[in-house]
Design a protein around this ligand. Sequence first.
Ligand SMILES: [Zn+2]
Ligand SMILES: [Zn+2]
Length: 143
Amino acid sequence: MMKALVYRGPGVKEWIDVPLPEMHDPRDAIVRVDAVTICGTDLHILKGDVPQVTDGRILGHEAVGTVLDVGAAVTGVAEGSRVLVSCISGCGRCRFCRTGAYGQCLEGGGWVLGHLIDGTQAEYVRVPFADLSLHVIPETVTD
Ligand SMILES: [Zn+2]
Ligand SMILES: [Zn+2]
C-alpha cells in the first residue's frame, strides 16, 4: 500500500492508503515520487470544475521522481533514472504526436495523469508512454 491524495467529489479530498500502481503496458514506467507540485488545475478539480475526474482518482500531474521499474518496450529511462514527470503524455505514433502535439494524442496520451488515470500526488505513480512522458534530469539540477 501507499499514501495518496484522492479526489472524493467537489470539495472533498482524502490522504489515504491505496494499492501500489501496477504496470499495464510494456511502455509504462513506475516512478517513486520524490517531489510533487499542486497546479491551479488541481484546485479547479477540487472545486468540481472538471467533471471527467471521478471519485477515487489520485490527483496530481507534475512530479520529480526516481524510476523504479520500466516495461519491456521502454528504452529512454531505466531503473534508478531521476526524472521529471510531464503533465502531458504521448504515444508518439498517432498523427498528433507525430507533429509534436502530444496534448491531442489519440491513443491514450494527452493530459491523463491525475485526470483520466491516477496521478502523482502519491508515493508512486504509473506513467504511460514513459519514453515520451519522462525526462531525465541532469545531475546538476536538484529536485
Ligand atoms: Zn497543471
Ligand atoms: Zn499520440
